[in-house]
Design a protein around this ligand. Structure first.
Ligand code: FEO
Length: 394
């Protein structure tokens, strides 16, 4: 396995996970990478490790460059085990390596591993560590993506090891954004942002401001998943846009159906909205990827969610989707519930409750008994038109 040089005496030594499709319920259609980086200086430093089962792949890349027993520091930017899973293994090989992490990182690592006899160096924002010719500067990234997260910046190379931030779940032989295609890399970064970082937009804005205030100049961003950004300005601009909730004249319709009545309503709302000049994306909760749905919701102005009623409540697959949606906390949207029912009803009420919890601008739900009549389909069409009017006015 080859190491890939990314800067003077800095190498990518990570692992490529071609086969993974489910990243704790986040569907990843093209696999992922776990990126670890090796800095060869007077002090040999490994930045992050990889998921445990990929440790062998990582170590074979390290061996291409240096004897892993000579590693002096392991920077643990984040405790989540896709990045720390190989820590105990690396400590068995590099017995004297010091683990460098945040205060919460040390707590988390100590809960995941038997750290008896391990030496830690706890760092906070502004702390520096001289490796020889290169100097590491640490930046806490609290909640991006866990409380312990931090980023590590190599001052001399203007290189930021950002860990999860700016990552993308995509497995590829290409290591750099322009090799994969910058737009392709942004596409995967958007899926990642929507499904992991969407609730953290305000923190991201603050962090980007802090980076500016600290005068951190960035030539390259090396995240812990996906390709390395040699065009850092591009992905930073995209992050600013997503965090600022910049949205399009777009309606996302998400539905499930038992006997096609809710489906008819969904498609008719779609026609009504499209006829009034907005883009529509229509998704079936059990047939389409939730990761794709949330990616479309990220920059949509309106969301319509439909379900039939089952056992006096919302159809279970839609209930699961609502839980996923609630956790990711999309903001600043118009919302409406719709659905069909046989006798008691209840689905639209449950959906509406979630839309209100999300503080969407919520329209009156459309609830239709059994199969929609032409008159009721006309109501669904009008609802689509009304949604389009509101979207264009926003
Ligand atoms: Fe890639 Fe929060 O772990």
């Amino acid at each position: 396995m080859k190491a890939v040089k990314i800067a003077d005496n800095v190498y990518w030594v990570g692992a490529i996970d071609w086969g993974e499709r489910d990243f704790h319920n986040f569907e990843i259609i093209r696999g992922t990478t776990y990126n670890a980086y090796l800095i060869v200086d007077e002090k040999v430093t490994l930045v992050d490790v990889v998921k445990h089962k990929f440790f062998g792949e990582m170590i074979s890349r390290v061996k291409e460059v240096v004897d892993p027993g000579k590693i002096d520091y392991v920077i643990a930017n984040h405790v989540e085990t896709d990045h720390s899973g190989g820590l105990a293994d690396i400590k068995r090989i590099a017995k004297d390596a010091v683990i460098v992490c945040s205060k919460r990182g040390k707590e988390g690592i100590s809960k995941h591993f038997n750290t008896e006899g391990w030496e830690f160096k706890v760092v906070k924002t502004g702390d520096e560590l001289k490796l020889g010719k290169k100097t590491l500067f640490f930046l806490e990234m609290t909640m991006l993506h866990w409380p312990d997260s931090m980023a590590t910046y190599v001052k001399e190379d203007r290189l930021l090891f950002s860990n999860d931030a700016f990552g993308q779940h995509v497995a590829s032989e290409e290591r750099f954004d322009e090799e994969l295609g910058v737009e392709e890399a942004v596409k995967f970064a958007k899926i990642y942002y929507a499904n992991i970082l969407m609730p953290l937009g305000n923190l991201i804005k603050k962090k980007l401001k802090e980076v500016e205030e600290l005068g951190i100049q960035i030539d390259m961003i090396a995240p812990s998943h996906g390709v390395i950004w040699r065009n850092p300005g591009k992905i930073i601009d995209e992050y600013k846009k997503w965090a600022d909730l910049v949205s399009e004249n777009k309606l996302v319709i998400v539905y499930d159906t038992m006997w096609h009545s809710t489906e008819k309503i969904a498609k008719t709302i779609s026609e009504g909205a499209a006829s009034n000049g907005v883009r529509v994306r229509l998704f079936h909760v059990r047939k389409d990827s939730w990761s794709d749905i949330l990616t479309e919701i990220l920059d949509a102005k309106a969301v319509a969610i439909g379900a039939p009623t089952m056992h006096n409540t919302v159809f279970p697959p839609v209930a699961g989707f609502l839980t996923y949606l609630k956790g990711l906390r999309p903001k600043n949207k118009i919302g409406v519930a719709f659905g069909s029912y046989g006798w008691g009803g209840g689905a639209t009420k449950e959906i509406n409750k979630v839309l209100e919890e999300l503080k969407f601008d919520v329209l009156e739900p459309l609830q239709i008994r059994f199969r929609p009549t032409q008159e009721e389909l006309d109501m669904a069409f009008k609802l689509g038109e009304e949604l389009a009017e509101k979207i264009k006015a926003l």
